[in-house]
Design a protein around this ligand. Structure first.
Ligand code: PLP
Length: 460
């Protein structure tokens, strides 16, 4: 019998309302046949669209037209909107004079673009704790990478980078580091790491996929060289992302994709080949028809978050985080995964394991019996999650797929709960109550493995 209680703390006084998001009224079926409001607690994977973003996109949709390639009114309007969206991102990130905003498909695309653009011979430094999107593009692009061991404090991270750069003083060097972990939600010491990197003459790209939806970012103040983030995690799920920052390496690089839009002139040569003059600036890396709706949706989200006010958004989120961490701390069977210690600052992302439970089983029960959507697995950060699980061996899994598992098996993966500007307090409270009940009483249904996923067994 668990020592947990069913106590729920009174709601914090003066908690601001969540921002309106799509899906807030959606009901989902439980395995019992009842229906309940869906508690979306997987914002770190993809956040729901802000209602404001949806309305802005809907208002523009009838005027949709080609970008940079049409003489008609709607093409001109769409081109203006696309370029204004770049400006909105520039303002949102507080970029410096001369910085560029390149629209991409998402963070993964942004970091692969940068990996393809860095000067030949660049040495890349990345902590092994990174998301695979920050860990893998460099090696894939044929660059040499130094993977730094998982640090257990901010000071250790800064010291490790300092030592690694001191050992490799020559040539172009780049640190790729996350702003906030997609596993633990913990914030990384970006300003200190950047100061250290710059002291050694190295540059820094920040993977802000999990930071941008939760924190004001000033590239100017942080002094980082590039920032990458995804629209679908910033309440703008229309297939666009951003790489923003210094123009020099981007302008000197071969275009990321070859094609229309990136090429200024193409002329047939005497010998039958074609000579290409490529654009400089963002267009160089945006070949093909731009995703104007995706860019406009990101711009709309940037404006909506800025207008809501970062102070109010942060305060609200911190109180939800507090509620969550205090609630979980009162359940002895729950172990929260932290890299930098229990008190370290985090955004609304937290992973944990439950003693005696397989994480896939637990997550399946949260969904099937309570209508709560979380994620289980290794969260595309296999080295980090394995370190946090204490070195337990886990078989590799596809991104997004949990380890094949059956109820009752040893936990090889973790459960992640994540939220943001659209999350009501009620969702956090419902989640805590469900965790307590599952730990205390067990699942009411039986579960089985179906194609690698743990699902409620509805066969009769
Ligand atoms: N970086 C971090 C920290 C992430 O959490 C994610 C996605 O979960 C990514 C990069 C990759 O983002 P995307 O899948 O949007 O390319």
């Amino acid at each position: 019998m668990s020592s947990t209680t069913a106590f729920t703390a009174p709601a914090p006084v003066g908690l601001a309302e969540p921002l309106p998001v799509l899906g807030a009224e959606v009901e989902v079926p439980l395995v019992s046949g009842e229906k309940v409001g869906y508690a979306a607690l997987d914002y770190a994977a993809s956040a729901p669209a802000l209602r404001r973003v949806w309305e802005d996109v809907a208002a523009y949709a009838p005027y949709y037209g080609s970008v940079h390639r049409g003489a008609g009114y709607l093409s001109q309007l769409s081109t203006d909107l696309y370029e204004q969206s770049r400006q909105a991102v520039t303002d949102f990130l507080d970029l410096r004079e001369g910085d560029q905003v390149v629209f991409t498909r998402a963070t993964t695309d942004s970091l692969n673009l940068l990996a393809a653009a860095v000067p030949a011979g660049t040495r890349v430094f990345a902590f092994e704790t990174e998301h695979h999107a920050s860990l893998l593009p460099w090696q894939h692009a044929g660059l040499s990478v130094s993977y730094l061991r998982a640090p257990r404090s901010h000071a250790e991270a800064v010291a490790a980078l300092d030592a690694a750069l001191a050992d490799c003083p020559q040539g172009p060097r780049l640190l790729c580091v996350t702003g906030a972990s997609n596993v633990t939600g913990e914030l990384w010491p970006i300003a200190e790491l950047t100061e250290t990197a710059h002291r050694h003459g190295a540059r820094v790209v920040v993977d802000a996929a999990q930071l941008a939806p939760h924190h004001r970012i000033s590239v100017r103040e942080l002094d980082v060289d590039w920032i990458a983030f995804s629209g679908h995690k910033l309440y703008a799920p229309f297939g666009a992302g951003v790489l923003a920052g210094r123009a020099d390496w981007l302008d000197a690089a071969e275009p990321y994709l070859a094609g229309g839009g990136a090429s200024r002139t193409v002329a047939r040569q005497e010998d039958g080949s074609v000579a290409v003059e490529w654009h400089r600036g963002p267009a160089r890396h945006e070949a093909g028809s731009p995703n104007v709706i995706g860019a406009y949706a990101i711009a709309s989200a940037c404006r909506a978050l800025t207008e809501a006010g970062w102070e109010a958004l942060r305060e609200r989120e911190e109180r939800l985080v507090e509620r969550l961490t205090e609630g979980l701390a009162a359940i002895p069977e729950v172990r929260v995964l932290n890299l930098f210690g229990a008190g370290s600052a985090r955004v609304g992302v937290l992973s944990f394991v439950v003693r005696g439970w397989n994480s896939s089983h637990f997550s399946a029960a949260l969904s099937a019996e309570y209508g709560i959507g979380v994620r289980d697995g290794l969260f595309c950060a296999h080295p980090l999650v394995r370190t946090l699980l204490g070195g337990e061996e886990a078989a590799p899994s596809e991104c997004g797929a949990p380890e094949p598992s059956l109820p009752g098996e040893r936990s090889l993966n973790a459960i992640r709960v994540s939220f943001g500007a659209g999350t009501p307090l009620e969702h956090v409270d419902r989640f805590l109550a469900a965790v307590r009940e599952l730990v205390t009483d067990g699942a009411r249904w039986s579960y089985r493995n179906e194609g690698g996923r743990c699902v409620a067994d509805t066969r009769r």
